[in-house]
Design a protein around this ligand. Structure first.
Ligand SMILES: NC(=O)c1ccc[n+]([C@@H]2O[C@H](COP(=O)([O-])OP(=O)(O)OC[C@H]3O[C@@H](n4cnc5c(N)ncnc54)[C@H](OP(=O)(O)O)[C@@H]3O)[C@@H](O)[C@H]2O)c1
Length: 293
């Protein structure tokens, strides 16, 4: 159950395209129809501001007329040096809180990621390892750390700024299963799942802020991330074939359908803290469908 009073803050990283775009659209639609979330402020983070503007345009189309949804779009390269990312994120969070807050509940979606080189482990360079781990593991770790400190301080000096904090890591089957030529990606996704488990373990009952984490695996989708599979740019022929077969058999997941499932899970709030839930774990609606917005 959501807190019945106050404003909600929704933060989505990588909101310019693909799944991140669908997540913003589906959360906006769901919250605008939810009495507990009528007043919601969205904070979209990524590098492509035009793409994020387009995401927000699309989100406007599906929302209830009496909704009070606002947005702020921030350009931030989450693959930059961690010190810079940390400083930028601190500034974004505190300015948004001052200008558009306070917020009683916060949903933070770690969606930004890339696959890194689609090569076998033996062919990956030190620079590729460093860059990939920094972006896919370092930055979500750092943002989570800063978010917890800001929203739910536990040093006794100040009360929590919000009553509820929900952090979602966009995960993958790759967190659980080794996939040829996706070595860095699989390792990154497994690490991010562990980050969510770790937060669940560390934060349990430590402040008056109710903190809960979730890793959500959205299923295989045709987005910019998977385009190399259709272009044959992957060291694993079997993976290329697998994506082509999914496309042919119409078994790729529609990002909007997957996002709706994630939003439903979030709003029902029945998952166990730190859980890894896959789009295929529960019922219905997972095959390729056009968005309903
Ligand atoms: N596609 C699949 O089959 C699949 C399957 C399982 C899980 N996932 C997961 O779903 C999530 C979204 O992936 P997608 O398929 O939608 O991929 P995508 O279309 O490539 O989108 C990736 C997003 O990450 C952002 N991003 C990339 N580099 C960034 C950087 N340096 N700083 C900040 N943001 C950055 C991009 O935004 P900007 O360019 O604006 O920065 C973009 O919005 C990822 O976590 C992915 O691992 C995807």
């Amino acid at each position: 159950m959501a807190d019945q009073q106050g404003k909600t803050l929704v933060v989505v990283t990588g909101a310019s395209r693909g799944l991140g775009k669908a997540i913003v659209v589906e959360i906006a639609k769901a919250l605008s129809n939810s009495p507990a979330h009528k007043k919601t402020h969205f904070l979209l983070i990524g590098r492509d501001t035009d793409g994020m503007e387009q995401t927000w345009q699309e989100a406007q189309d599906g929302i209830a007329e009496d909704a009070q949804l606002t947005v702020a779009i921030h350009r931030c390269d989450l693959a930059g040096p961690l010190e810079d990312v940390g400083r930028a994120f601190d500034a974004i969070l505190s300015s948004e809180w001052a200008v558009s807050g306070p917020f009683h509940q916060v949903y933070f979606i770690h969606n930004s990621a890339n696959t890194g080189p689609l090569d076998s482990i033996r062919d990956i360079s030190p620079a590729e390892i460093r860059t990939n781990l920094l972006f896919n593991i370092g930055s979500p770790f750092l943002l989570t750390s800063r978010l917890l400190r800001f929203v739910a301080p536990n040093d006794g000096a100040a009360p929590p700024r919000a009553k509820r904090l929900r952090i979602v890591n966009i995960s993958s089957l790759a967190a659980k299963v080794a996939i040829p030529a996706f070595g860095l990606y699989c390792m990154g996704k497994a690490a991010r799942d562990m980050l969510m488990l770790q937060v669940a373990a560390e934060e349990k009952g430590t402040t008056e802020c109710d903190v809960k984490t979730l890793s959500y695996a959205p299923g295989p989708m045709r987005t910019a991330m998977t385009e190399p599979m259709f272009e044959g740019k992957c060291a694993s022929e079997s993976m290329i074939q697998s994506f082509r077969d999914m496309e042919k058999n119409n078994t790729l997941v529609d990002p909007y359908v997957s996002s709706r499932k994630m939003v439903r899970l979030l709003l029902e709030d029945k998952y166990e803290a730190g859980a890894h839930i896959d789009v295929f774990d529960e019922d219905t609606e997972t095959n390729s469908q056009t968005p309903s917005n």
